[in-house]
Design a protein around this ligand. Structure first.
Ligand SMILES: *Cc1c(COP(=O)(O)O)cnc(C)c1O
Length: 430
């Protein structure tokens, strides 16, 4: 399969190049040249999650990764459970938080790490994966790449702006993972990463790659679990899917699934008050803004980079986009209400991101009087957001062992001023 850049249809590269480049050299985002219809092939199949992942991902890596290697990559990457639970009749939750860092970003990071490992051979120069994080991405990338041969990971995170749980996830792994605490904001960290990629001297001496959400290799594995959800709830019907969204990589994975033939009545783009996409769907005007801080902080994105991919998938036709996606947005108070009501009515504990998604599903079903089965993509374990969840349900929630384990380990970090010179020297000499 070839991938083209959203800025220039004739800039084609294979999976390997798209994976290592992240962003296309012309600044565009990569998209698959064609999206094969896989529905007839998989609709009546059973089998494990890694088997389903293999069926869906193979066409995209065909010619570059052998069948048996892709099977190994999928077995290895998706080695945890992916349960679908019923909240109440025709309302389901797809739990994507059973990976090592208890958030859905594990799916993408683990697939990406193993794909990169596959392409690096003993003769390759060591690869440095540089990533800026406000929390969840960094921990998923750190965990996904931990102990992968030939790759070192350097994470830049803003001092005092990540939660204690997230900081312990970033800093406790050691080995090939280095966490650098920057005396600055998340935007500063992102800028340092950008500068590193533009630094000629640095790129001539070390082999630098990125792991941020614009990478197509992070989106493809995010299509698989939509098929998985349908298999558990859809029978032969179309389903409704609500996706708690920030940078819209997750929803883009869902739209790929629909193009691959998955029967979907509607996608719901559920956001917090960073609502530029619901606003765009209403008005037709896309107006990026500064992000504002909310309880569902992994969705605090004011200029979602995957929107241009979504527009491209729909050939910039707003009408067909509106046919497939409806948007709703919720305040922090509404998010808290969603958590407490779901707990008191259904004894189900949702994290703030999933709670936004569930509010969107209820809203849609009411507004459009739809009886189709609906599923919320649950992106994080509630224990990761204990500060807001416990007061909302009025009870203590148990901390899973995996999380406890992280928190008991020693933290190792390097503190650095917000200065390119220091980051560069570290990358060149460490
Ligand atoms: C990253 C993240 C999201 C948003 O996903 P996008 O692909 O950026 O839309 C939602 N919930 C959680 C917990 C996340 O970590």
């Amino acid at each position: 399969m070839q991938f083209y850049s959203t800025r220039n249809q004739s800039n084609l590269v294979g999976f390997r190049d798209a994976l290592f480049q992240g962003l296309a050299p012309d600044g565009g985002l990569y998209l698959p040249e064609n999206i094969p219809n896989l529905w007839d092939k998989i609709k009546y199949k059973d089998g494990s999650y890694p088997e389903l992942a293999f069926e869906i991902l193979y066409p995209y890596v065909d010619g570059e990764i052998s069948k048996s290697s892709l099977e190994d990559i999928c077995q290895n990457a998706f080695s945890f459970s992916v349960p679908v639970n019923e909240i109440k009749k025709d309302h389901y939750i797809l739990e994507l938080f059973h990976g090592p860092t208890l958030a859905f970003k594990d799916f993408a990071a683990r697939f990406m790490a193993r794909s990169m490992e596959y392409f690096l051979d003993n003769n390759s120069k060591e690869l440095t994966v540089l990533v800026a994080t406000s929390g969840d991405t960094g921990s998923a990338v750190a965990s996904g790449f931990h102990n992968v041969d030939g790759i070192r990971v350097v994470i830049l995170y803003p001092k005092g702006r990540v939660s204690p749980i997230q900081e312990s996830q970033l800093t406790s792994l050691g080995g090939n993972i280095t966490a650098i605490e920057i005396d600055g904001s998340f935007d500063d960290c992102q800028l340092l990463v950008k500068k590193a990629f533009q630094d000629k001297e640095l790129n001539e001496s070390i082999n630098l790659s990125s792991a941020n959400s614009i990478n197509i290799a992070r989106l493809l594995p995010q299509s698989v679990y939509y098929f998985w959800a349908h298999r558990h709830i859809g029978k032969n019907e179309s389903i409704i899917i609500s996706v708690p969204s920030g940078n819209f990589g997750n929803l883009t994975g869902g739209l790929f699934a629909k193009k691959m033939g998955l029967p979907v009545e509607k996608f719901i783009a559920s956001t917090n008050k960073n609502d530029v996409v619901p606003e765009y769907l209403k008005s037709g005007q896309f107006q990026p803004r500064q992000s504002i801080h909310t309880l569902s902080n992994a969705m605090d994105v004011g200029d979602p980079s995957n929107l241009s991919r979504i527009q491209e998938l729909y050939q910039h036709d707003l009408t067909s986009l509106r046919n497939d996606i409806v948007g709703y947005s919720y305040s922090d108070d509404e998010t808290i209400n969603s958590i407490s009501e779901t707990f008191s009515e259904n004894r189900m504990i949702l994290d703030p991101h999933t709670a936004v998604g569930y509010a969107g599903l209820l809203n849609y079903k009411k507004e459009f009087k739809s009886n189709a089965p609906g599923v919320v993509i649950s992106t994080a374990h509630p224990a990761k957001f204990i500060e807001s969840v416990e007061p909302a349900i009025g009870e203590k929630i148990p901390i899973p062992n995996r999380l406890q384990h992280f928190m008991e380990k020693e933290m190792r970090k390097i503190e650095m001023p917000n200065r390119m010179l220091d980051v560069k020297e570290f990358l060149l000499t460490a």
